[in-house]
Design a protein around this ligand. Structure first.
Ligand code: MV4
Length: 500
């Protein structure tokens, strides 16, 4: 077993990986930027080294510096978490070339699957269903028009180097093809330095369903029950769950086998995720492979009992998978809410700052993966995710009810958060019925900012202001003795004083 692993990340995922290391008797090494000196991942690490100034480009993205730190402190392997260097083929190669183990796929695999066009081609040649569309890139406009006539409108122009919605253009009419191809290509060129684009049939209101895979170096491949990730906002997932309310055992097996075929076709090793789009006829199509541990991996852990980070570490060590496919049996339902320090009333703008008061929910079926603590100041330099709240239940109903209970226990003062927004979604009829798509938030919640539930903290602020003003007016108002004329107000209902 490894004696020491360096975790090249910050926040909740660095903490998550270090927890696995500790349970396995492996020393965990943190790297941190100057602004993260007091961060939770530094506190729980066995050793920690400053890697540079606050901006990611000068710290967490400094691959060579991080490799040097790993060598100097005697770490044998590097876990990249997600984001930052996790899907950088050069970093994976450089780690290997330094005589260390990259806990993830090789640079070659990352590079191949990172090119959506080459990944698509590989899947087409291996019998994995792909969305109807071009076989390769678009060479000229004439070819684009011919392809569109073949597959039918609407179509989507996508960037080979894309992902996350960049360099994507929907085409509804033939006369839009030319400008869409040009627009997508130039956006891709400036964002990725790679202007290659391809065409797919545009699926309307698809669901985003993905399969976790584990592949060892001995040719063993496993798939896990699907994760439903359709609830997202601007290509950022918001709520994930497993299993999907849409998928039955037969579809689960078919998607799993397709994911394993995708893994075999690309020579995949370690943990990965095969993403699919699912149309209204429940037909699924390969979208892309994420060559990392994903944010939403805990829902899979909660319904199967396996620790995916430990499996990653054992695979990286060269061990053979000890799990058999038939051992992976889903039990109950798990839901994850990504709690962001963002203001849903102000277009989800980041709301960073000091966590003046911070109390996490607990109790049966609740897991909190967080990278913060009371008194910590969330830096402006990185993703503003505070934590992931995961609830497990015997069925979907219980998981939802537990999540609502946990959300109502969560107390965060000092920054705005998306907790109230999650409560709104979890109480919404379409969500509760499992009637969701990637357009859910946009279509069902629309302009959410005006109708979000008023939080207790809001009411305390309002009550304080009212109280202050009345005191100034020499009135006798104190909390708990609201005037009787205000019946029906949330203020009165929530601040009913305890009887003495
Ligand atoms: C699509 C699609 C519909 N049809 N492809 C968005 C990001 C990129 N990774 C792929 N995406 C999509 N590709 C076809 N042929 C709709 C989306 C899409 C989407 C996909 C997954 C999760 C959220 C999404 C939100 C909007 C659009």
């Amino acid at each position: 077993m490894f004696k020491k692993i360096l975790v090249a990340n910050r926040g909740e995922i660095a903490v998550r990986v270090m927890r696995a290391c500790k349970e396995m008797g492996i020393k965990a090494v943190a790297v941190y930027s100057e602004v993260d000196r007091t961060a939770l991942h530094v506190r729980i690490a066995d050793e920690a080294y400053c890697v540079g100034p606050p901006p990611s480009s000068e710290s967490y993205l400094q691959g060579d510096k991080i490799i040097d730190i790993a060598k100097d402190c005697g770490a044998e392997a590097i876990h990249p978490g997600y984001g930052f260097l996790a899907e950088n083929p050069t970093f994976s190669r450089n780690v290997a070339n330094a005589g260390l183990v990259f806990i993830g796929p090789s640079g070659g695999v990352i590079e191949h699957l990172g090119d959506k066009m080459s990944a698509r081609k590989t899947m087409m040649n291996s019998g994995v269903p792909v969305v109807p569309g071009s076989e390769g890139g678009i060479e000229d406009e004439k070819q684009a028009v011919r392809l569109v006539n073949e597959i039918g409108l609407p179509v989507l122009i996508k960037a080979a180097a894309g992902g996350g919605g960049k360099g994507m253009r929907i085409v509804h009419a033939e006369n839009e093809i030319k400008s869409a191809v040009r627009g997508a290509a130039s956006e891709a060129q400036s964002a990725f330095g790679d202007g290659r684009v391809y065409i797919e049939k545009y699926l309307e209101q698809p669901r985003h369903i993905e399969i976790q895979i584990l592949c060892d170096t001995h040719g063993n491949y496993l798939y896990f029950p699907e994760r439903e990730c359709s609830i997202q906002r601007r290509h950022q997932k918001v709520i994930e769950e497993s299993p999907s309310p849409l998928v039955d055992p037969e579809m689960r097996r078919k998607m799993g086998e397709a994911a394993v075929a995708a893994a075999k076709a690309s020579g995949y090793v370690n943990a990965g995720t095969v993403e699919f789009l699912v149309d209204k006829h429940k037909k699924f199509y390969f979208l892309e492979v994420n060559t990392r541990l994903q944010v939403e991996h805990p829902v899979t852990e909660m319904i199967t009992g396996y620790d995916l980070v430990k499996e990653q570490i054992k695979i990286a060590l060269g061990a053979e998978l000890s799990i058999r496919q038939e051992d992976i049996v889903p039990k109950g339902n798990a839901i994850e809410c990504r709690i962001y320090a963002e203001d849903p009333r102000n277009n989800f703008m980041p709301s960073v700052g000091k966590l003046i008061s911070y109390e996490e929910p607990a109790g049966p079926g609740v897991r909190v993966d967080s990278g913060v603590y009371e008194g910590f100041t969330i830096p402006i330099f990185y993703d503003p995710m505070v934590s992931k709240l995961i609830a497990w239940g015997m069925d979907r109903q219980e998981a939802i009810d537990r999540m609502l209970r946990a959300l109502s226990e969560y107390r965060i003062v000092g920054v705005e958060t998306t907790i109230g927004f999650h409560k709104t979604v979890l109480q919404e009829a379409n969500f509760r019925d499992g009637n969701i798509s990637t357009h859910y938030i946009q279509e069902v919640l629309g302009d959410i900012s005006v109708e979000l539930e008023v939080t207790e903290d809001d009411m305390i602020a309002v009550a304080s202001a009212v109280s202050y003003r009345r005191m100034k007016q020499d009135a006798q108002l104190t909390i708990g003795t609201a005037p009787s004329g205000s019946s029906g107000s949330a203020w009165k209902n929530s601040f009913r004083p305890a009887r003495r």
